[in-house]
Design a binder for this molecule. Sequence first.
Ligand code: ADP
Ligand code: MG
Length: 585
Amino acid sequence: MHPQTRDAPGDDGLPHSRGWERGPGGEGLPPRSPIRRLPPLVASRIAAGEVIERPSSVVKELVENALDAAARRITVELRGGGLDEIVVTDDGHGIEVDDLPLAFVRHATSKLAHEDDLMRVGTLGFRGEALASIAAVADVDLLTRTSASPHAWHVAVRSGHADAPVPATRTVGTTITARALFAELPARRKFLRSRAAETGQVTQLIGALALAFPSVALTLTAEGRRVLETAGDGDLVATIIAVHGRATTGYLIPIFEDTDERAPTVVRGCLGWGEATLPTRAGITLLVNGRWVQSRSLTFAVDEAYRSLIQVGQHPIVVLDITVPPHEVDVNVHPRKAEVRLLHERAVFAAVQRTIRRTLAGVGGPRPSSLLDGDSERDGWPADGGPANGQGAGAWTRGLTVLGQAGGTYIIAEGAAGLYLVDQHAAHERVLAEQLRAAWDGPTGQQALLEPAVIEVAPRAIGALRERLPEIAATGYDVEPFGDGALIVRAVPAALADRDPLRTLRDTIEALADEAPADDWCARLAELVACHTAVRAGDHLSTEEMAALLDQLGEADLCQACAHGRPTAILLSHTQLAREFGRLY
Ligand code: ADP
Ligand code: MG
């Protein structure tokens, strides 16, 4: 609650004689000032500051208004990172001249008539605050025309005061120009970052809105240069490529689930894999009931679902459109409506993770080889394991014939689609990790040691370990700290009994101490154990061992990546081979 925005009671009503006002140690406080009502313009600037923090906030409100007005084409122009000028032009339905006097009045809106409507807001805006807030921190010009009007109208707003509309010319739609942002609020301006950084923020915002509305053509220019442009033809994959670049081409999987439309949570969208990753989470775009939201917890759920499928330190490019019943989401919890509150948050997370894992497991095949050729081969997925046929995980390893081992490291195998090279360590690691997780999902087998063993670990690892004791116990280890820097082990998981369980435990604990606390300790342990115990590059394998490994890989849930996200296998398709040898042009 911001006291300035509350109706201040004024001096008169306040009790001055109460003892607690002086309180202990009160002598050191500065003399008390009377409470005064803020001049309206100052009050409105402070309130505006909650909504309008930076150029991207202005752009968000203006573009959302254009979307609410059913625009099909919206352009955003920035000058000086948006601080000098922001122009948003749309071809929406425009504003009636009779409504213009109210457009810049706080809490005046055409989108919400009753308080009850708040629970089923169908538009992006509903508070009737944005135009008033923008006008409080910038000079604004509005040019608008409806289809019923023979000409356009222009309204100039200076220092929060709107002039009467005057006739003007333009086609149906609205153009709003905001100039000299925060010129009267030097403190606010100081908090802003460089113009380039502000442009970056707007670019991310427009990208997200473009992904939320693939049927609307959005164009962003900054300092006269085009930064982003979408076609607005409704094609989500094409929109993702427009927003995140051509490197994502061929690595985007639309979510096709037999969704029960009556299910409480429906997840649609598109998942990136392979090259479609970024070193930041900026590629994760989340929509809840069509509204772009920034939710740390939902983003985490997405990241978590991808863990071990992509390289450590990378994050996926993902667009998720999550639909929940309108009364189960509250969009009115955040001044900028950037966050939402979900009534059944956990159930929504579970649905998101389930959808991601199912869709990615359906990819099933090895990554397309990048050895010989690029783009054209991405379409040439093997018939027995391409992303499009949805045959499920592991289909590609079926019916492979082992031809031999290269460099003591790669299994060479042949299948219907061509020649496969399988990284034996990566493949074995994936198989072991899956087996361990499966073992721990069931009742945990434990093997007691004949004599308790003491193992030494780094002291910093002991601290991290204490919080993890229950989870470690769940894997079958019976472990207790034993002074500073040692552990006493009484039992080990049966699944690890012949896999050097003590060394594995020590390595895992040390490795985990250096990582941010992982959410799922068991999964992490399984990955690390698998990495430690899998066959190594350079280990000689017999043909039978290699065939057995490929079989097991076929059964693993997610066979296309090892636990660290490196590829498990590459395919040299018949087409690629034929082209390489000049048999195909
Ligand atoms: P809200 O969007 O919450 O209603 P705003 O202050 O953003 O509040 O806008 C006030 C009103 O001005 C809107 O309710 C809408 O009727 C009108 N309006 C604003 N921008 C546009 C636009 N680009 N096209 C049509 N109408 C608009
Ligand atoms: Mg609005």
